[in-house]
Design a binder for this molecule. Structure first.
Ligand code: ATP
Ligand code: SF4
Ligand code: MG
Length: 339
């Protein structure tokens, strides 16, 4: 697969739809005296292409239901694409058998939103951590495994002497640290984190975020970081991908996105951030109904709510295009130089 220099993960023309019409019996309907089969889909991702670059923290933002988690899960191989491809260092991985996928499972790890659900309550912390280490490093000795467990526990700020405790004995923040330790235990290169701090108390969100940033620096990690919190993006992200209704609207460096958002949806998102210093445009109130991914709008998926929509926007799907400053935007208005 064609890849840019320094690109670690390549997502190409990705589509994912989910059937919501049940089994065959549910799908059969009588219409005009005839038996017909009626199928309905949620179009969760519609033609997303992007590269995650080596060493970056690429944040994916957008409102609830826009497809962020579906992108994350598809990249990790937890869902298979309806169309399109995922590649790792140029090698396609979306069509591999479990066995072929094994080396990638070690390089790619995922951290989930809910540390209560993602840790097995019947396992001690040591058992939780040694499971992936043993699985991915069958030749490691007991001593080496113990050293590795102690190393990752220390690196996430959990005292190794607590190893025999169970996850329910820990707070949410500590559990998320343990989930991070489990991901780090197999020396991954790439971590997909799906809202990893949004279930935590606000007071400890920053600690866990800082921990992830330290791990990135020390271990040369690359992150795909899903969040709906723009202050987290500003703090953590090197680049940002903005999604709306399963499409990528804008892909820009964090600096560019915050100083000069180009896509009308990004502009509306950014204008909603409360700020003390008032140097940004006034709050942009979006009108129009939020469409559903079951009946996708024609043309630009944002046209029903965009203050700049014209006839072309209603008909033609805009393509993500690079501007002079490197920002990529999918908007006819920007392309036509009227925005
Ligand atoms: N297994 C599934 N079956 C049917 N629809 C699904 C399934 N998983 C996701 N969807 C739908 O796909 C769309 C995208 O969902 P996704 O979870 O990726 O959104 P999200 O951006 O992560 O949202 P949130 O911010 O709420 O986590 C939504 O409309 C969702 O209801
Ligand atoms: S393509 Fe048209 S409708 Fe879509 S964001 Fe741009 S101006 Fe608005
Ligand atoms: Mg989600």
């Amino acid at each position: 697969m064609a890849e840019q220099a320094n690109s670690l993960v390549q997502i190409r023309d990705l589509y994912k739809r989910f059937s919501i019409s049940g089994d065959l019996l549910d799908q059969l309907q009588f219409k005009g005296g005839k038996l017909t089969r009626h199928r309905e889909y949620v179009h969760a991702i519609n033609g997303v292409s992007l590269d995650v670059m080596q060493g970056e923290a690429l944040c994916v933002v957008g409102e609830s239901g826009c497809g962020k988690s579906t992108v994350a899960r598809t990249v990790m191989g937890l869902l298979s694409p309806t169309a399109g491809q995922i590649a790792y260092r140029g090698e396609r991985i979306d069509n591999l058998s479990d066995k072929q996928m094994l080396p990638y499972r070690k390089k790619m790890q995922m951290i989930f939103q809910n540390p209560y659900a993602s840790l097995n309550p019947r396992m001690t912390i040591v058992e939780t951590l040694q499971e992936p280490i043993k699985f991915h490093n069958p030749s490691m000795t007991r001593g080496e495994i113990q050293d590795k467990i102690a190393e990752v526990m220390l690196s996430v700020g959990v005292d190794p002497s607590w190893g025999e405790r169970y996850s329910h004995e820990f707070s949410g923040g500590q559990r998320q640290r343990i989930s991070i330790a489990r991901a780090l235990a197999v020396n991954p290169e790439f971590i997909v984190a799906d809202e990893p701090i949004s279930a935590l108390d606000v007071s400890i969100q920053a600690q866990v975020l800082n921990l992830m940033m330290d791990a990135q620096e020390q271990r040369n990690l690359t992150y795909l970081f899903i969040t709906h919190d723009l202050s987290v993006v500003e703090h953590f992200g090197t680049r940002v991908a903005v999604m709306y209704l399963g499409s990528l609207c804008e892909l820009a460096s964090t600096k560019q996105l915050f100083s000069n958002p180009r896509h009308p949806y990004t502009q509306a998102l950014m204008s909603a951030i409360p700020r003390l210093e008032d140097d940004r445009p006034d709050y942009i109130k979006l009108t129009g109904e939020v469409p559903t991914p079951v009946n996708l709008p024609s043309g630009c998926v944002f046209h029903g709510r965009c203050p700049h929509a014209n006839e072309r926007c209603k008909q033609e799907i805009p393509v993500l295009t690079a501007l002079d400053d490197g920002t990529q935007v999918a908007c006819h208005g920007v392309e036509e130089d009227r925005l």
